[in-house]
Design a protein around this ligand. Sequence first.
Ligand code: MN
Length: 486
Amino acid sequence: MKFAHIADVHLGREQFNQPFRYDDYLKVFREAIERAVKERVDFILIAGDLFHVSRPSPRTIRDAIEVLELPRQKGIPVFAIEGNHDKTIRETSVFDLLEHLGLLHTVGLRREPGKGEFIKSKRLSENRYLVWGQVGDVEIHGLRHHTRWQLIRNDGAVNVLKALFKGRKGILMLHQAVDYLAKDTPYQDAFDLKLSELPDGFSYYALGHIHVHRVAEPSQTGLSGPIVYPGSLERTEVREASHIIRYSSRDKKPKIMESRDGPKGFYIVEDFQPEFVEVDARPFYSVRVEGNSKSELRKKVEEAASLIPKDAIAVVTLEGTIKGGVSLAEFNDLLKDYGLRYYTFRSRVVGEAVISKEKLSEEELFTDWERELLIHLRVPPKEFSEGLTEFVSWLMERYEKGIPESTPKKVPEAQKEEEKAEPVKTGRKEAGKPKTEKKPVKREESQNKEKEKPKPNEDKALKKPKPIPKPKNPSSLDAWLRRGRP
Ligand SMILES: [Mn+2]
């Protein structure tokens, strides 16, 4: 038994609004499918986010059809689940279309029983069916992406996955972030599942969602099979860069490092043993230069650019403290003669020094709900518009469920006493340190600062984050969101 495990294709993505990026994403998808067909696999798995949006353009659908024709001509079935990017609340989706054309089978919970020689179904209730694939004696189960509160309810007392897949075996396909494999990824603190929450009994856990390739062996996890993330086929954001250029402070020379996450690709799995197969994703350079003057930044940017191959993408982040700050317009033309395929600048230059000894963690500043919202919002503004439909669907779904009360994390005893006396109504987590330990925040005066109106108790306001009002009555927003629903 041999199969291919692909995930996070994000077909249709035109990263940086560059048409050549559309072609890049399509190219690696074709490469993966062609390789799988050449390897004569018995079936192919696509573990979510085949498409970048839930309503792909006609061109994207045509290109997907063209590629998925290759395994179909060889009689190789493709099994898929929907990811967070391409799932939909509508009854008919692009997956139904592809299924209708015989190009793939969607496994998981369905309103109708599945059809086809590789598909089995079990009726769970009046209009709910568990649909799975069957190739030889291997069952291919799966469930489309769900949010954590949909899967794990009543503080962990109800585990939908364990209930749904009890006694099942074979392969389980999910598009979720499992905490054990999420270290140093955007999902480290925003995972969907704990390792112990995965249903046991499967020989292979075919996951998607985390964009770097990772494997956790049964010897590490105690589960019955490996948990495998193939990662995305292309580099979807700067933290997935293939190369990193940094300036070491000692010798003042730029240094190129290869990404610790390695190449992009997918897995060919034989007897449930995954073997990574590399695809030819475009080189992507993350350059970070630091300087205390515009001329220093310019010199370093040019020096770094001379080290980057011409077919690469480069995202150059400017850092440092420069009086008055920098405008990106001043840098945009700087590399036009270097012939790079694409480059862009980002600025983290500050116009004044704000020095704070005390670092607050995300958990201390935001409620779980706010952090989740921020994760959806923390893409560059240009890219945000690409996923807007998906974001709005997510938000609508979220409001339907209601916003869960945030449960404060570890709170020291002394503070618990305070809370008893005066309950915190905002649900906001406090820093959890005795107030006397807080050091005053130093600020350096600059011309920019002078323009601001002086506020009373400004020092106090800086010490503690200002509470952002939490929507106390979501029902009015809920009603507003529902008004526009089909
Ligand atoms: Mn993805």
